[in-house]
Design a protein around this ligand. Structure first.
Ligand SMILES: [Zn+2]
Length: 421
């Protein structure tokens, strides 16, 4: 028997970045997790099927967190008045070390996965720690909480604190072992190779994980051109390349199944390389501001045809809610506009919504909008608490207000891969 899901309500999505498409009091129909269409009147063929009527609520695609550190959820919202290195040494590294312990990991990875779920994240690309055993645990927990996506055991074998620094050979061996055990184990959560970033990885490890990504056909997740200090280290180690992207590319790590966080200081060649390889950039506005890294040229990337999604970057960002990322993507782009002498146009609200839904969603498959043929990930939003004059607002305006003002309390329904989650 085919599984038919019919949702009734105010349907809002962005098949294209240029504007919202809205259907008031419409029907969204999926059969066996394949969207058939959005209809003003329910087609006769679905007449006898149950309809979930969400009344005056908004129905939108699920949101996709393209860059998030699961262990850092423990200290989110702490130390954000510190400089990056002090913050890493005080909070990030000591906390990550504790995730060697499965009992500790069980508690905090559960809290992390539940936070993502509660905040409307359908799928995510997740950093764990260097420990493959507890990375496996994280994957189990995400699957149980119905948060799909990719999780990665980190590689770091140089320029790292002693208690988090792997032996080079062991790092590659552990990654292979973990990939073999987890490659086809779950429906929603899959592995991605995750070298932390170039400074903490030797050339041997970058080469090794590049080969593993190819052999196992898994995605690559890391950080790129985030910070001037980081980039200076990379230039010193690889003087033959003038950008991070070229180094990753040398090791086979830039493909159309790669997601790279930040890209704040790309040079021209690097922009072209990332576009030509089909890499997705995870834009994490809250984190970019908090760690004072800078403002990436997102408008330029979009104009060039580079794929861009949004990330919370917990705990560089303090909020796992991607509505914050959408809102702050616009905010940050306005500061860049100002800084550029009003040259670099800022992002619009539909563009930010597109980045948080389809922009990231397409990395996981046919996801992020309600076009026919796509899979069904959806959120139901009750925005009644945000306005007293709902009747006077268009659906576009209601969604705009949701982006700026809504939080997990406004999310009243969630569907992942065609099922209520
Ligand atoms: Zn990060």
């Amino acid at each position: 028997m085919k599984k038919v899901v019919i949702l009734k309500g105010n349907i809002v999505h962005t098949p294209e970045p240029k504007g919202f498409q809205c259907v008031k009091n419409g029907y969204l129909v999926a059969v066996d997790n394949e969207i058939q269409g959005i209809y003003q009147e329910l087609p006769k063929e679905y007449g006898g099927q149950p309809v979930t009527d969400w009344g005056d609520a908004l129905i939108m695609p699920g949101m996709y967190d393209m860059h998030v550190h699961a262990p850092q959820y423990v200290y989110r919202g702490l130390g954000l008045d510190m400089q990056l290195m002090d913050w890493l040494n005080t909070y990030a590294f000591p906390t990550e070390a504790r995730f060697k312990d499965p009992e500790y990991a069980k508690v905090y990875y559960r809290a992390f996965a539940q936070a993502l779920k509660k905040n409307g994240t359908a799928r995510a690309v997740v950093f764990s720690t260097i420990h493959w055993e507890t990375t496996e645990l994280l994957m189990d927990i995400l699957e149980e909480e119905k948060v799909g996506g990719f999780a990665g055991k980190i590689n770091m074998d140089t320029l790292s604190p002693d208690f988090l620094c792997e032996d080079t050979e062991q790092s590659i061996k552990d990654t292979r072992h973990w990939l073999e055990r987890n490659i086809n184990k779950r429906k929603l959560v899959k592995p991605a190779v995750t070298p932390r970033f170039i400074p903490t990885c030797t050339a041997e490890v970058l080469k090794g994980v590049g080969e593993l990504a190819k052999e196992f056909g898994v995605p690559v997740h890391s950080h790129i051109s985030e910070d001037i200090g980081e980039m200076e280290i990379v230039r010193g180690r690889y003087p033959e390349y003038d950008n991070d992207g070229a180094v990753y590319d040398h090791f086979g790590l830039l493909t159309d199944h790669t997601v790279m966080a930040h890209f704040i200081y790309p040079n021209e060649q690097e922009l072209k390389l990332v576009r030509d390889r089909g890499v997705t950039i995870a834009h994490c506005p809250q984190s970019n501001g908090n760690v004072a890294a800078g403002i990436p040229p997102i408008r330029r990337m979009l104009e060039m045809g580079i794929k861009v999604g949004l990330g919370s970057d917990i705990a560089g960002g303090y909020s796992p809610c991607l509505f914050r990322a959408m809102s702050e993507a616009v905010y940050l782009s306005k500061l860049r506009w100002l800084q550029s002498g009003k040259e670099d146009d800022f992002l619009t609200i539909p563009e930010a919504f597109y980045l948080g839904t389809k922009g990231g969603g397409q990395f996981f498959g046919k996801l992020g909008s309600f076009e026919a043929g796509n899979e069904l990930d959806a959120l139901v939003i009750d925005d009644g608490s945000l306005s007293v004059e709902l009747d006077e607002l268009t659906l576009e305006q209601r969604m705009e207000r949701v982006i700026h003002l809504a939080d997990d309390r406004n999310i009243i329904g969630r569907y992942v891969a065609g099922e209520k989650a």
